[in-house]
Design a protein around this ligand. Structure first.
Ligand code: XMP
Length: 478
């Protein structure tokens, strides 16, 4: 049997090289999640139920990264999460939320709450614009059955559908309004431009957006029953990328599923994983993956390596898999085990085109779930998707839909993950700023102005545990 040595982030350091980079701001960190998804800040949040739902995905895409909605939701719930991100920012909202004039104040309130918007356009059965109803119109209205005809604003400033962005800005400014409905010659509603969207474009210059100015978002799918329907639903909701997410991605049934998805959705961006070897990356790319996720067992909440004895230390896994980027232009994503910005720098230096983070983002304000206080500090729950708690929740949710099956018992699960907590860290944009700042710094130590240059110029040196001790803050209390 062959046995190779393999290393991970803390086994190495980047050797400082002569550099012509005078300022870290001159470093371009643009990377890719998949063949066609470019990210100015190539940091992606893990598709885990304690890390990514729409709020995290919106915040990350605004900051230049990307969020992947987890799949431990019903198909409808996952598609709704995707739709929320796609609707959160636009140049033009093509199908704004509408309501009929004979509906009630109560119904309007309910719809606004459900969709998370502050206003609805009122249209007749032919789609002609009659008015606008906003939160301000319905607040303090005691009778929820009151007709919208009595409360809606009917004097509206409108523009034709082909109004340019600059012109729209002028109209909003001159009329001091927040919403500009777009209508055709017959008065039919064709879209909506909002002041908030225009402001956001200036506020978030690095944002990851599609050709219509909508924020990018990915959605996870599995490989067993119903995955094709789920993929169709999330794509229909606007997902920019499917992420086939399986613990052991180098398996015949996963390769088959990727081939099926590729055939059924020829234009979709598909990222598949997880693998830890070049052969794994090669086989998924050959099946049609536009990006390959790398990492078997490095995650902070993973116990796969302890339970199964399987895995490859993450830096070696990344470096081996990155061959597929050179050979086939398929980016790889280093997923799991990244604890500090220096680890991100090493993953990029080793050939990753983007990184996926769980624990580093789980403590952010925008992650799903509660903040808990313990020992005077704030924490957020963070758990492995193969942990006992997550597995029981998911399997029992599936079983509830099938009344013939009894709830699953604890003794029927072999967990490969743990349940834990992440320290509360505030807004994710601040977390990202620190992480990408560290990556810029690492790139400048290697004299690299871009990621492809980093791949070429970076040199690792192996270190001992004594060197690692020297690398961290030390000896401060003597
Ligand atoms: P970090 O280190 O960023 O890792 O917290 C996040 C990644 O870990 C993977 N993941 C798991 N791996 N058991 C595992 O072996 C689990 O229960 C589990 N849950 C998540 C996943 O790849 C994630 O992106």
């Amino acid at each position: 049997m062959d046995m190779r040595e393999a290393l991970t982030f803390h086994d190495v350091l980047l050797v400082p090289k002569r550099s012509s980079i005078a300022s870290r701001r001159g470093v371009d960190t643009t990377g890719r999640f998949s063949r066609r998804i470019k990210l100015k800040v190539p940091i992606v949040s893990a598709n885990m139920d304690t890390v990514t739902e729409s709020r995290m995905a919106v915040a990350l895409a605004r900051a230049g990264g990307l969020g992947i909605i987890h799949r431990f939701l019903t198909l409808e719930e996952e598609a709704a999460q995707v739709a929320k991100v796609k609707r959160s920012e636009n140049i033009v909202i093509e199908s704004p939320y509408t309501i009929g004039p004979d509906e009630t104040v109560g119904r309007a309130r309910g719809l606004m709450r459900e969709h998370g918007v502050g206003g609805l356009l009122v249209v007749d059965v032919k789609g002609r614009l009659l008015g606008l109803v906003t939160e301000r119109d319905v607040q303090f209205r005691d009778k929820s059955e009151e007709s919208l005809r009595r409360v809606m604003t009917t004097k509206l400033v409108t523009a034709p559908p082909d109004v340019g962005l600059e012109k729209a800005r002028e109209i909003l400014r001159d009329h001091k309004v927040e919403k500009l409905p777009l209508i055709d010659k017959d008065g039919r509603l064709k879209g909506l431009i909002t002041a908030r969207d225009i402001k956001n474009r200036r506020l978030y210059p690095d944002a990851s957006v599609d050709s219509k100015g909508r924020l990018l978002v990915g959605a996870a799918v599995g490989v067993v029953s119903g995955y094709l329907e789920r993929a169709a639903a999330v794509l229909e909701a606007g997902a920019d990328c499917l992420v086939v997410d399986v613990a052991h991605g180098h398996a015949d049934h996963v390769i088959k599923a990727v081939e099926n998805l590729r055939r059924k959705f020829p234009k979709a961006e598909i990222v598949a994983g997880n693998v830890a070897t070049y052969e794994g990356a090669r086989d998924l790319a050959a099946a049609g993956a536009d990006g390959v996720k790398v990492g078997v067992g490095p995650g902070s909440i993973c116990s796969t390596r302890i339970i199964s004895g399987a895995g490859v230390p993450q830096l070696t896994a990344v470096m081996d898999c990155a061959r597929i980027t050179k050979e086939n232009d398929v980016p790889i994503i280093a997923d799991g085990g990244l604890r500090d910005s220096g680890d991100l720098a090493k993953a990029f230096a080793g050939g990753a085109s983007s990184v996926m983070l769980g624990s580093l983002l789980a403590g952010a304000e925008e992650s799903p779930g509660w903040t808990v206080v313990r020992g005077g500090a704030r924490w957020k729950i963070y758990r492995g998707m193969a942990s006992l708690g997550a597995t029981l929740t998911r399997k029992n949710k599936e079983r509830r839909e099938d009344e013939a099956l009894d709830p699953i018992e604890v003794s029927e699960v072999v967990p490969e993950g743990v349940e834990s907590m992440a320290p509360y860290k505030g807004p994710v944009a601040e977390v990202l700023f620190q992480l990408i700042g560290g990556v810029r710094s690492g790139m400048s130590y290697s004299g690299a102005a871009t990621l492809p240059e980093f791949w070429k110029k970076a040199e690792f040196t192996r270190i001992t545990s004594a060197s690692w001790a020297e690398s961290r803050p030390h000896h401060l209390d003597k």
